[in-house]
Design a protein around this ligand. Structure first.
Ligand code: NDP
Ligand code: HEM
Length: 480
């Protein structure tokens, strides 16, 4: 076997990796054992802050292949022709738990994909649910605090979650999804992904369309029962991580069919539902799914920390032809992700290998902690200039977007009761046995809340569907 020399960080060969340098065989360690110091000091700094949400996750490299022409809606180069392939990196995650928490917790699953396109990186940072609990970013830190731990006991608390949800009835649709069997997917391969938010497409004629993305698992939906999920949390807390890694290692590459729903820009003004409200879906009957391509995951990370932990996804990473929308939550996210990544990974996080785009990056950004590339070399770092420096591409300006209205803090844009309609639709489309599971899962958790909180929450379930609310109420009473 070829010998590989062990070295210090400055490249000197290490003469002894087993014994510290001491004064005598029993003696204290000498200050001049700089190798010991370096080894301990580096170890002391091995951890970086975990993600404040979605801390536990697993990822894999892959390929996106276009299967259907959507160039009438977007000029994004990634979609320019059928058959075109783009390399990708996807990270799946749970939301509320810490980095070592169980993969099978009842929680939404993150489904984030970085597409290394010929025009820069495009990140689709979605979940396995088509909607979210809240629709205003001002509420996000409060919501997440209820998913984490009590300030005094450091324990999780059902009472805390239902307290917040009962006072935030826009959460009912997502609660219904979360407590359904889809709240405990059987690993990451057997679940769908959704952009949840509405984004925009811009085509070559500079026309805007609103768009939602749906990634449908080609392995088929498979969920764990609540009991299986609880058991696995003890016997194999890394169940989903292992399932993903092992299947890719064995050459069983999971894939998802990517679809879009498209709404012409003008229709948004008069559509019955606010198309920018992330607590609501666009019914398929109004906006059918249009196939776009296939995402296949086909290569495991070689180094988890480098590729998965240091991956920095953000809805703000967009490319020409794919834009934003006025969705308030999306707008809040645009700030939050790069902000947390500057803190979690450092200001030069975009230059890390996993985040670096496949295109040349030219700008005047310089220096900062851990600037490990050539820092722009000797090129000028300002613009405009008489010299050759990177300049803007005005042909890429998006069409103007009309906004109006009085600056204020708005809770609803329409009828307050509209929050319950789609939760009810979801309940009604479930089979009888799925409805029973949903109710059992809710009761198991809601029974740990105070009777005051229960009463308010039951009134929301009843507004979604009288039968839904009454069954929960009956079972909760039976539990007393
Ligand atoms: P449709 O009947 O056209 O669509 C229902 C959709 O619900 C299906 O296409 C499927 O979406 C999803 N679904 C099917 N079975 C389940 C299940 N057991 N648990 C959770 N979701 C399931 O009606 P609408 O488009 O009007 O939607 C009705 C309700 O379905 C919505 O209120 C929403 O809660 C839910 N839904 C809607 C989606 C949408 O984008 N319109 C997407 C997902 C759920 P899929 O194949 O994407 O899983
Ligand atoms: C991760 C904030 C809503 C999906 C994160 C992170 C933050 C954050 C700070 C950690 C990022 C990192 O450390 O790299 C917010 C805020 C939200 C919001 C402020 C609302 C205002 C959402 C919604 C979705 C979502 C609606 C899904 C549609 C994700 C995913 C990750 C993530 C998938 C993990 C990305 C990864 O794998 O690295 N979020 N989030 N978030 N969020 Fe959100």
């Amino acid at each position: 076997m070829k010998k590989i020399d062990l070295t210090t960080a400055n490249g000197r060969k290490v003469d002894n990796n087993q014994n510290s340098l001491t004064a005598g065989s029993r003696g204290p360690v000498l200050m001049q054992d700089v190798y010991l110091q370096e080894k301990l000091a580096h170890f002391d700094r091995e951890e970086i802050p975990e993600r404040i949400v979605h801390a536990k996750g697993a990822g894999a490299h892959g390929t996106f292949t276009v299967t259907n022409d959507i160039t009438q809606y977007t000029k994004a180069a990634i979609f320019s022709e059928v058959g075109k392939q783009t390399r990708t990196f996807t990270r799946f995650s749970t939301v509320g738990g810490e980095r070592g928490s169980a993969d099978t917790a009842r929680d939404p699953r993150g489904f984030a994909t970085k597409f290394y396109t010929a025009e820069g990186n495009w990140d689709l940072v979605g979940n396995n649910t088509p909607v979210f609990f809240i629709r205003d970013p001002l509420k996000f830190p409060d919501f997440i605090h209820t998913q984490k731990r009590m300030p005094d006991s450091n324990l999780k608390s059902d009472n805390m979650m239902w307290d917040f949800w009962s006072k935030s009835p826009e959460s009912l649709h997502q609660i219904t999804t979360l407590f359904s069997n889809r709240g405990t997917p059987d690993g990451y391969r057997h679940m769908n992904g959704y952009s949840s938010h509405t984004y925009s497409f811009i085509n070559a004629n500079n026309e805007r369309f609103w768009v939602k993305f749906h990634l449908k698992t080609m392995q088929g939906i498979k969920n764990l029962s609540a009991d299986e999920a609880t058991k696995l949390a003890g016997t194999n807390p890394d169940y989903a991580t292992e399932d993903l890694f092992v299947s890719i290692k064995n050459g069983e590459f999971p894939s998802w069919k990517v679809h879009v729903q498209i709404m012409p820009e003008v229709e948004a003004e008069n559509y019955a539902i606010n198309p920018f409200d992330v607590t609501k879906v666009w019914p398929h009957a109004d906006y059918p799914l249009i196939e776009v391509g296939i995402l296949e995951l086909n290569k495991n990370p070689k180094n988890y920390f480098n590729e998965v932990e240091q991956a920095a996804f953000s809805p703000s990473n967009k490319v020409p032809g794919i834009g934003l929308s006025p969705d308030k939550m999306l707008q809040g996210r645009l700030f939050s992700y790069p902000d947390t990544q500057r803190y979690r990974l450092g200001v030069n996080y975009n230059a890390l290998p996993i985040n670096k785009p496949d295109v040349e990056v030219n700008n005047g950004f310089r220096n900062g902690a851990m600037r490990f590339d050539d820092n722009g070399g000797d090129s000028l770092n300002y613009e405009p200039s008489h010299y050759t420096v990177p300049t803007e591409s005005p042909e890429l300006s998006e069409p103007p977007f009309k906004i109006n209205g009085d600056a204020d803090r708005y809770a609803y844009d329409s009828d307050e009761n509209s929050d319950f309609v789609q939760a009810g639709n979801l309940y009604r489309l479930l089979s009888k046995s799925e409805q029973n599971d949903l109710v059992t899962n809710i009761v198991g958790s809601l029974s740990n809340a105070t009777s005051e909180i229960q009463a308010l929450q039951i009134s929301h379930f009843k507004k979604a569907d009288l039968g839904y609310g009454r069954t929960i109420e009956k079972q909760l009473r039976g539990n007393k």
